[in-house]
Design a protein around this ligand. Sequence first.
Ligand code: NAG
Length: 342
Amino acid sequence: MGQVMLLFLGVSMWLLGCRWITHSAEALVIGVNYGLIGDDLPSPDKVIALYTSRSITRLRLFNPNATVLEALQGSAIEVILGTYNEELQRLSTDASYAADWVQTNVAPYASSVRFRYINAGNEVIPGKLASYVLPAMRNLDSALRAANLHVPVTTAVATQVLAVSYPPSQGAFSESAAGVMAPIAAFLQAKKSPLLVNVYPYFAYAGSPRDVRLDYALFTAQDVVVRDGSLGYTNLFDAMIDSMYAALEKSGGTDVDIVVSETGWPSGGGGVGATVENARVYNNNVVAHVAGSGGTPKRPAKATETYLFAMFNENLKPEGTERNFGLFRPDMSEVYHVVLSP
Ligand SMILES: *[C@@H]1O[C@H](CO)[C@@H](O)[C@H](O)[C@H]1NC(C)=O
């Protein structure tokens, strides 16, 4: 009896400890992607003012852009900065190009812009550019260290790197991705840097609306939908992240954290389930989920750092749902309201 009581007390203290940690040190974990594929978007200084006025303290920028980086100076917003996929080959083979990249895109701003991560490539694994990713990461890491800039270097992957994602504990990289992902996992593990993953329950739902429950995708299911050993999943977002954790563990990345570099839901464009109401529900629930309860069933102690996609509807993206992921219209009015700083 005494031991059971002690165990109970111990677990309660531990739970309290976890809640305290997630609520103090990592109280605000939401960021928003700033995509620029539109010809009607507001100027970067207006955009950064909008981030600030909505208390959005993290931003992901897909490619270096001097105007945006200048607008970010002094803003206290933390920034994930990506390379162009087209420059991965050069970055991987030419150390001086990587040094120039850092001198052009990071060093001039480093005293007034808070760089959180640099990502070499977005969603190029598997594929013909995949083999350039790790050498590009290495060259960027060396160049940053040579410049005395301490910014973790990583890459952003889609969940398409997985061959198996269900149930989450069976998550495994595909054969074509595994050869590239294993050494990347080792690099990230050694550097204690996270892997960026783009996580879209929407596409899983839209691809098989008969098999994937909408409430499971939207965080509105009341009960466990997927039971996986001792773990229960009430939402697809956590299940997708945990399948990626399982794959990382099998590839030597046992301690690598996952940062969700993109997630979102389209508010229009004709896709299955692409409505303003679903987008509003999804985005509000994902924010509440990561800001409130913290992590996933597999990694409950630490809130999942998450970046919504995206700030604006972008009119030069492919027609359809792709143009309709924005929280805001180009005139900076809300497409729907999201509580971004709970
Ligand atoms: C940087 O962003 C500005 C503002 O959106 C845009 O006009 C410009 O073309 C961008 N520059 C590059 C190099 O992408």
